[in-house]
Every structure is written in structure tokens, then in C-alpha cells.
Design a protein around this ligand. Structure first.
Ligand code: DP6
Length: 320
């Protein structure tokens, strides 16, 4: 029996991953670019060689479909693996809509590979984490991370790549928690629904590479206005594929829209703030760290809870 414990941070896409070209290998239809966050993290222990398979998430036995996703990742580490025990907890509310699957599968890939004595090179782990949840492949590095499309049909070149470390740029991501209610549809299903039924989906795919190129240049030159504009554009194009799907899907709630207007009003007052949303109603606002307090005040008029996060670091393995 061997045991390993890993910690990883969630990431927020600045240019979104939305749509798959291969559902079995989990290969994306578009490239994406993200920021790994600090403070929030998932901590996962894997016992490689237990009496029976067991998965515990946030203090409770995992529901069968979630346990199956976790165990499927262990099978990829070693198809002839022994029974394993996985215990995972996150220090942030799932309701925050902070892509908890990104930190969960990054921490699981690292803990499982270390416990199994397998490859723990971040690129190998990123390929593995991608199979659990696409966005997780970007959480294998801190700071700004790119996930290029790759060209190979087997997905060997489809993994995250560090663009700039957390220390590169002291931005803030201010999260307005609009609702903790269960989402109408999870991201895996929603992106497939958009791919099958939205007339906007081909435009979404066609314009994504240019968005990543622009965001990459903006990150490297620390140009917040350029990054904010491309982030908002990527967000609204992604949500347009949902608004135009059949039947349509709107993750936005009234308070979501109020927050988007508040961010625009901040900009009209000269505060550099830009918004993004993922597959949920919460609004995340990118700004310089010194503007975060003003952004919090503006969002607090519309939601009860606001969190301020900054760029976070790489996943770590806890010493034994
Ligand atoms: C809107 O990574 O959760 O957060 O690969 O099907 O598990 P699966 O999808 P997932 O999708 C994330 C979608 C997004 C945008 C992003 O994080 O890039």
C-alpha cells in the first residue's frame, strides 16, 4: 500500500473551453487560456492498495456517478490497479461556480500518479487530468496557462502549457456569488447541446484561436484592457451558443445581469474591470489588485457574497 496527498487550485478560463472534438479522449474543439487562483484549493489523498474501492468527497460517500468518474481516472493510471481509497475535500463552496472539477481532477491526477509510482511530470499529469475534466488540464500550473488544441488524434499533444507564472501580474478575480442553487445543466452536457443545436457554434469555434492569440499577447504585455475585452467577448460568444441552442439555455439570473451592468458602470467611471461567466449564474470580474475593493463595493449592491482571489501557484504534493 502507498499513500499520496496532493493540493491543487481551481482555474478560471479567460478564453473559454467550450465544445469537444473527441468525447472519449476529451479533446476540445477550441483552444483556451486561464488564470489559476490562489486561496481556494482541493486536497486529495489516494491510498493505492485498499480493501475495496471507496471515494469520499467533502466528508460524504460520493454519489455513484461521481465515484465512477474518479475511479475511471485511476484506471487510466494503471488498468490493473489494486482497489483504492480516495478522500477529497475542497475549501471553497461548490456554489461559488469556481470550476471545482478543475482543482479536483488536477489534485487527483497528481495524488494518484504519485501513489502509484507513475509519471508525475506536469505535462503527463495534465494529459491525464484532461480525461477527467477538460478544464483540469490547466490547473497543473499556477498563473496564466494555455491549453492549445493539439493536432494528434490520440491527444498526446493536447495538454496545458504554462504561459506566465502567478508572480507575472498582480491582478484580482472578484467573484460575485449570485446563487448556490443547482444548475439547470452541467457544462459537459450543455456544451454538447450547443454543439448539436446552435447556429452560432461554428462561429464560436472559428474565432477561438484569434481570441487566444490576443489574450496571450495581452497577458505577456500586461495589457488589462485588451485582456478584459477579449475575455468578455469569449464569454458572450460562449453564452450565445446557449441562448441560440434548441431549446435555449440561460444560466444568467437577474442578479447576474445586474452585476454585468455594474461592471460596465465601473468602466464608465474609469475603473478597469471586465466580467466573465462560466456554466452558471455567478459573475467573475478581472481587475488590477488595487481596484478590487471598489469592485467589491459595486457588486455588493447586487449579491450577498463577494470573494476576492488572486493568481495562485502550482499543485503540490504533501511531504509524507
Ligand atoms: C465554461 O472542464 O467542466 O468552465 O471536460 O466536460 O468536464 P468537461 O468540461 P469542464 O468545462 C468547463 C467549461 C467552462 C469554461 C472553461 O473552464 O474553459
Amino acid at each position: 500500500m502507498t499513500v499520496a496527498t496532493a493540493r491543487a487550485h481551481p482555474n478560471i478560463a479567460l478564453v473559454k473551453y467550450w465544445g469537444k472534438r473527441d468525447r472519449v479522449l476529451n479533446l476540445p474543439a477550441v483552444p483556451s487560456l486561464s488564470l489559476t487562483l490562489d486561496r481556494f484549493r482541493t486536497r486529495t489523498t489516494v491510498v493505492w492498495g485498499a480493501e475495496a474501492d471507496a471515494v469520499e468527497l467533502d466528508g460524504k460517500v460520493a454519489p455513484a456517478p461521481r465515484a465512477a468518474r474518479v475511479l475511471a481516472l485511476l484506471d487510466l493510471v494503471d488498468p490493473r490497479r489494486p482497489p483504492c481509497r480516495v478522500v477529497s475535500e475542497s475549501n471553497f463552496p461548490v456554489a461559488a461556480g469556481l470550476a471545482s472539477s478543475s482543482s479536483a481532477f488536477a489534485a487527483l491526477a497528481l495524488a494518484a500518479s504519485a501513489a502509484a509510482g507513475a509519471d508525475t511530470d506536469p505535462t503527463a499529469l495534465s494529459r491525464l487530468a484532461r480525461r477527467g475534466s477538460g478544464s483540469a488540464c490547466r490547473s497543473l500550473w499556477g498563473g496564466f496557462v494555455e491549453w492549445p488544441l493539439g493536432e494528434r488524434p490520440d491527444g498526446a499533444d493536447c495538454h496545458g502549457m504554462p504561459l506566465a507564472p502567478a508572480t507575472h501580474w498582480d491582478v484580482a478575480m472578484v467573484v460575485a456569488i449570485v446563487s448556490g442553487a443547482p444548475k439547470p445543466m452541467g457544462s459537459t452536457e450543455a456544451m454538447e447541446h450547443a454543439r448539436r443545436t446552435s447556429p452560432c457554434y461554428p462561429t464560436w469555434v472559428r474565432t477561438a484561436s484569434d481570441d487566444v492569440a490576443s489574450a496571450r499577447a495581452a497577458v505577456l504585455s500586461r495589457d488589462l484592457e485588451r485582456l478584459g475585452e477579449v475575455m468578455e467577448s469569449s464569454t458572450h460568444k460562449m453564452h450565445a451558443t446557449l441562448h441560440t441552442a434548441r431549446p435555449p439555455l440561460h444560466y444568467e439570473l437577474p442578479a447576474t445581469i445586474a452585476c454585468l451592468h455594474a461592471v460596465r458602470a465601473l468602466r464608465e467611471r474609469g475603473v478597469g474591470a471586465w466580467s466573465t461567466m462560466d456554466a452558471g449564474p455567478n459573475v467573475k470580474v478581472l481587475c488590477e489588485r488595487f481596484d478590487a475593493a471598489e469592485v467589491v463595493v459595486a457588486l455588493s449592491d447586487h449579491v450577498e457574497r463577494v470573494e476576492v482571489l488572486g493568481p495562485g501557484g502550482d499543485p503540490v504534493l504533501e511531504p509524507r
